[in-house]
Design a protein around this ligand. Sequence first.
Ligand code: AHM
Length: 334
Amino acid sequence: MLINRKIQTLDEFTIQQMRDFPNATGELSGLLRDIGLAAKRVHVEVNKAGLIDILGDAGTMNVQGEEVKKLDIFANNQFMGVLRHGISCAGIGSEEMDDIVVFDDDISNQSKYVCLFDPLDGSSNIDVNVSIGTIFSVFRRVSELGKPATAADFLQQGIKQVAAGYIIYGSSTMLVYATRRGANGFTLDQAVGEFTLSHPDIKCPEVGKIYSVNHGNFFQYEEKVQRYIHQCQKKTKATGGPYTQRYIGSMVADVHRNLIKGGIFMYPGTTEKPNGKLRLLYECNPFAFIVEIAGGIATDGKQRILEIQPKEVHERTPFFIGSKSMMEEFEQTK
Ligand code: AHM
């Protein structure tokens, strides 16, 4: 039988990367393998969503006061489960849970990483068969190894992330993750149930033509944002405008598209919600890390997302992210 050695699985890729570091313990590869496993389980359920009665509201509210869908709970339990039973993670924070969960057992207390995740982002799109995603962020603990993880392990600046990634459950299921060495994308080969390297060394195009924002909130945005949106709609030789507007309402899908094709995604503050909707730790930090590694820029409109010192795990921030030249145009808008 012919074996196509051009195909590289997620596990092969992470192990190969690890071999370049003689002191690596393999914990990060293990953690990524665990995340890949949970992602495959969620992929299966997402694909069954129209067939079985897993759709609909679970009848509870999450800590943000939003309706929880059943699939959110399923995804949360899968990611928490694999990380708890793995050997690489000392604790987790989830967008679906009020507080961090410290695993506090002999193996977990020896683990050097903690993980934060949004198990199912864009969940309002589940019922209508639109792409949704999982977002994750990995930090090295600052607390003492051998003891339980602490809140300080989770409340680190985004710049300290060791790895960050997302899974998009779309026309195909893809896992993209970045470390300081680069951003790489893996597509799930459903025939064999493996994530395989399909998008090596992702670079965000420096110039893009897509802008993504919720236009319904236009009159609630600050004037600078309104002026920039108008700028995006103008015909100019310098920028190649007008740009194309695309907004799915699933950040994973919106930012993924802009990362691959070039573009800017904005979730600004509004008069009603000055800090916007998106969570710094669960949504913005991981994407800021991935997009910066791929050559793009991410800010809250004033400062780099990755330099914000978080005060609490559920805090929100305005979010602007995308291609370098478009982000610079936005920053220069008066
Ligand atoms: P959700 O997971 O409760 O659906 O909320 C997160 C999503 C993001 O994926 C998306 O960018 C944003 O909410 C869209 O919000 P809006 O409908 O206000 O534009």
